[in-house]
Design a binder for this molecule. Structure first.
Ligand SMILES: C[S@@+](CC[C@H](N)C(=O)[O-])C[C@H]1O[C@@H](n2cnc3c(N)ncnc32)[C@H](O)[C@@H]1O
Length: 206
């Protein structure tokens, strides 16, 4: 059974008017197919179009109307450098949507270096205009993920951990529907799960 997930990623909160263009870039989409985007990753898997490191994007300046960078910056050694690369390849007037974890278990793809806040993301805007910042997933997502990791930590065998992940995930994940309501609290950000920033490159160029 799959319940509808329109609320899980806080879509209304995150929405802005940022249409796709002819060329759009998705950074870090291994094992995914992302229609409408050039999918770039350091891992060669089905769905990846360009095998490259986000620290050195193999594209000319001012090409992409949209850049998506979702849950990648925590895995790169120099996030500021990746942000400057995103700024460089964005077309004038183009938008970047950058999502990162704040309260989230350690996870290596292939490394896990850090966490971010909305202000932290905005501080890396460089020459890009900060259009909007906020939370994509909130305290319920945080609570569920940490509860699952805590339970798995106590189990000695891999297959038990896989089973616990499946069973607890199934039992707990409907609680994520509490997030749109919990995020009305002014204190929700203290336990936010993933935050985002929307950035726009000035139309006049850099
Ligand atoms: C947590 S996954 C994000 C997956 C996807 N964006 C999503 O939300 O489902 C992080 C991805 O970033 C990729 N990655 C890590 N370091 C990278 C780098 N330096 N350049 C490009 N991709 C990188 C990893 O291979 C992995 O596919």
């Amino acid at each position: 059974m799959k319940l509808p997930d329109p609320y899980l990623h806080n879509p209304d909160e995150q929405r802005i008017d940022a249409p796709l263009g002819r060329w759009n870039l998705y950074i870090g989409g291994a094992r995914r197919h992302v229609p409408g985007y050039v999918n770039l990753d350091i891992l060669a898997t089905p769905g990846v179009d360009v095998l490259a490191d986000a620290h050195e994007l193999p594209f000319p300046d001012d090409v992409f109307q949209r850049v998506e960078c979702d849950a990648v910056l925590e895995h790169v050694y120099m996030p500021q450098r990746v942000m400057r690369e995103i700024e460089r390849v964005l077309a004038p007037g183009g938008f970047a949507h950058v999502v990162t974890p704040f309260c989230h278990p350690f996870h290596e793809y292939p490394k896990d270096y850090r966490r971010f806040t909305p202000d932290g993301l905005a501080s890396m805007a460089g020459g890009l205009k900060v259009v909007k910042t906020g939370w994509r997933t909130g305290p319920a997502a945080t609570w569920i993920l940490f509860t699952m990791e805590f339970a798995k930590m106590l189990l000695p065998w891999r297959w038990w951990r896989i089973l616990a992940h499946g069973v607890l995930g199934l039992l707990l994940w409907p609680l994520r529907y509490l997030d749109p309501w919990l995020m009305n609290s002014p204190h929700a950000a203290r336990l936010g799960n993933h935050c985002y920033v929307w950035l726009q490159k000035p139309k006049t160029g850099r």
